[in-house]
Design a binder for this molecule. Structure first.
Ligand SMILES: [Zn+2]
Length: 110
């Protein structure tokens, strides 16, 4: 829901895909927030599964010209990626927060 994983009220993003330093409501520290490439991987897989059949449908089902079908598919892919990235990034951050995930250190090996 793009909200703080601690209190569920404060916004997690200061701008599109940029985390706040801290929650404005409960002051939870977001400086260590780093979802890495995780959100992009999920979004690529999901958007690919949507737009690949779309391209086939536009070309074969509706018999649109190739360039028009490709232009529609690319526009749909870009729009879906931009729409899906914030909720996926916030969700992965919330999962990291809940499970206290962090980078492994030498102390973890000993
Ligand atoms: Zn909060």
């Amino acid at each position: 829901m793009l909200r703080c994983p601690e209190c569920g009220k404060g916004a997690v993003f200061a701008a599109y895909l940029r985390f706040r330093d801290a929650c404005a409501v409960c002051n939870a520290d977001f400086k260590s927030a780093d979802a890495g490439d995780g959100p992009a991987v999920f979004v690529i897989l999901i958007v690919g599964a949507i737009v690949a059949p779309l391209l086939i449908f536009l070309q074969v089902g509706l018999d649109l010209p190739d360039t028009l079908a490709l232009a529609i598919t690319i526009a749909a892919a870009v729009a879906l990626c931009l729409a899906f990235l914030p909720p996926f990034k916030a969700t992965l951050f919330a999962l990291q927060w809940k499970h206290k995930a962090r980078e492994a250190t030498h102390e973890d090996v000993e």
